[in-house]
Ligand binder design. Structure first.
Ligand SMILES: [Zn+2]
Length: 184
């Protein structure tokens, strides 16, 4: 009858977003493909840049700077999945490190941020886990689909999903209207 946590707005559980804070370290296995986005900050909240979808991104038009982020699904050693926000520099280091990895390799990362200033740069440590093909196949079956990350990001941004059959441009216009109202 009683729940430990509030239900999410759409009534389904969703992934947790990890933004590594100063003095914090987060470790886990990367368990799927990332979602990549440019993000604007408006009144302390993040909002997506929609210039790739719509003719005009209201936040770009208003002169808000944008930043690139990659959101990777991450599984901790208790088997719980969340997703982590990585900067471009750190994602590049991850990709450089994964070059030359064998076909049955699972990357384990530890992402940290030096204590002190809130905006100290992130750092990343990458290790390879080579597993046998059988174990790797089981691993592939349990990957986190990118749709789950997108769904959670839209909840955080308080934006609607793309409708089935809706063109990218139509969706972009719909988002532009919402964002426009929000920044006025
Ligand atoms: Zn923009």
């Amino acid at each position: 009858m009683f729940m430990q946590q509030m239900p999410s707005r759409n009534g389904q559980n969703h992934l947790q977003l990890i933004r590594v804070k100063a003095g914090q370290k987060v470790a886990g296995l990367i368990c799927g493909e990332p979602v990549r986005a440019y993000v604007h900050y408006h009144k302390g909240k993040s909002l997506p840049c929609i210039s790739e979808l719509a003719d005009i991104c209201p936040l770009c038009e208003t002169g808000f700077a944008r930043r690139y982020y990659a959101y990777y699904p991450l599984r901790n050693n208790e088997g719980k999945t969340a997703f982590i926000e990585l900067t471009q520099t750190v994602e590049q280091q991850l990709q450089d490190h994964m070059e030359g990895a064998g076909p049955y390799t699972i990357p384990q990362i530890t992402v940290g941020r030096k204590a002190g200033k809130k905006n100290n740069p992130l750092s990343i440590d990458v290790k390879w886990h080579e597993v046998n093909p059988e174990k790797f196949r089981t691993w592939l079956e349990k990957l986190t689909p990118i749709e789950e990350i997108i769904r959670t990001l839209l909840i955080l941004w308080d934006l609607p999903k793309q409708r089935v059959g809706e063109e990218d441009a139509e969706y972009g216009d719909r988002l532009a209207t919402i964002l426009m109202d929000r920044i006025i």
